[in-house]
Write a protein that binds this ligand. Structure first.
Ligand SMILES: N[C@@H](CS(=O)O)C(=O)O
Ligand SMILES: [Fe+2]
Length: 256
């Protein structure tokens, strides 16, 4: 027979845990979650389906209402949306010389949703994501993501194995101490979602096509204004991130 007082104790313990979760600061919680979250490869089988970009934005707002964000659900929602150019065209503004960052939704200060427009051959520098989660969904064309080990940082287990191998190579004088170590090179086709955080490494993204532009939808949580960029030798600098447009309107240099 179950002892009633034991049950009560167990229940009050559960209450205490739930209460703690509600009191966790969302930003702190999200940053902690970068230590273990990897990525979903496919949408969840029984997850909600979002039909349009406005539906996706509303569903994301709901996910970020609570301090405890279900990051897997965020991933699912990004995967579930199927790109419809009619819905995102008004945000897609290109520059001749560089990729552009166009703000779609500021997520009540809890996340940023951006459309990035990549001209033929455009690329980003090697960079980190300021301890935030980064989801990157292809809306048009195909980007290539090159991944690098985060220099001098404890990383995920798969990467740790590779790191050990590299340490051994290093001991045998085969590897330059400071050079960035490539750990992946992956194409991202339309509607796929790539995921990265600083625990998984750095990346550099490129539109390798000389004929086609590319467009991607990025979700960052928590939002960030600066990140670090890295040279081939691992040297790091802080870079301010700017918006080419906000809500479909070109930003003046003072508002970027
Ligand atoms: N994280 C980059 C784009 S990318 O190369 O992933 C940015 O927000 O500008
Ligand atoms: Fe990035």
């Amino acid at each position: 027979m179950v002892n009633q007082s034991t049950c009560k104790m167990a229940l009050s313990k559960i209450d205490a845990i739930d209460t703690d979760i509600e009191h966790i600061d969302q930003e702190k919680y999200l940053r902690q979650a970068t230590q273990y979250y990897c990525a979903l490869e496919k949408p969840l089988k029984y997850g909600p389906v979002v039909e349009t970009l406005p539906d996706l934005i509303s569903a994301l707002h709901r996910e970020f209402e609570s301090n405890y964000v279900n990051i897997e659900m965020v991933n699912h929602l990004m995967l579930s949306y199927k790109s419809n150019p009619k819905e995102w065209r008004k945000y897609a503004k290109f520059d001749r010389y560089t990729y552009t960052r166009n703000l779609v939704d500021a997520g009540n200060g809890r996340f940023n949703l951006l459309i990035l427009c990549w001209g033929e051959g455009h690329s980003s520098s090697v960079h980190d994501h300021a301890d935030s989660h980064c989801f990157m969904k292809m809306l048009k064309g195909e980007l290539r993501e090159k991944r690098y080990r985060y220099p001098n940082r404890a990383t995920s287990s798969e990467d740790q194995q590779q790191h050990q191998q590299q340490q051994q190579q290093h001991e045998h004088g085969e590897i330059n101490d400071h050079e960035l170590q490539e750990i992946g090179d992956t194409p991202i086709p339309v509607n796929d979602v790539a995921y990265i955080n600083d625990n998984l490494g750095l990346h550099r993204v490129e539109n390798p096509s000389h004929a086609d532009t590319a467009v991607s939808l990025h979700l960052y949580c928590p939002p960030f204004d600066t990140c670090s960029i890295f040279q081939d030798n691992g040297k790091k600098a802080t870079a301010k991130v700017t918006f080419w447009s906000k809500y479909g309107v070109r930003t003046k240099p003072t508002e970027q």
